[in-house]
Design a protein around this ligand. Sequence first.
Ligand code: SF4
Ligand code: F3S
Length: 106
Amino acid sequence: AYVVTEACIKCKYTDCVDVCPVDCFHEGPNFLAIDPDECIDCTLCVAECPVEAIYAEDDVPADQLHFIEINDRLAKVWPVIAAKKAPLPDHEDWAEVTGKTQYLEE
Ligand code: SF4
Ligand code: F3S
């Protein structure tokens, strides 16, 4: 499955959801999670994300591995998002920031 990582936090551009053929993105307050049981590994979402937040599970950077569990867990409780919407208001300020896991709202 594909995995959303910390670059998404506090940005949530949502370009990714428009291309997903199986609507497996789920929306929380400041992050999206992919349901690994629904993702068909089509790869289409990867190129859509302006901050390159999405990786194949096998390619998730070492410092982002905790997001595999985070996507699995939160996709099960958050609602599906299937259409693009406006990014979060402060997205430009947060797009380049690293170490954002601490700001993830569940
Ligand atoms: Fe959806 Fe394809 Fe991305 Fe999986 S890889 S989340 S199926 S767009
Ligand atoms: Fe997040 Fe990138 Fe999608 S910022 S909402 S993974 S387009």
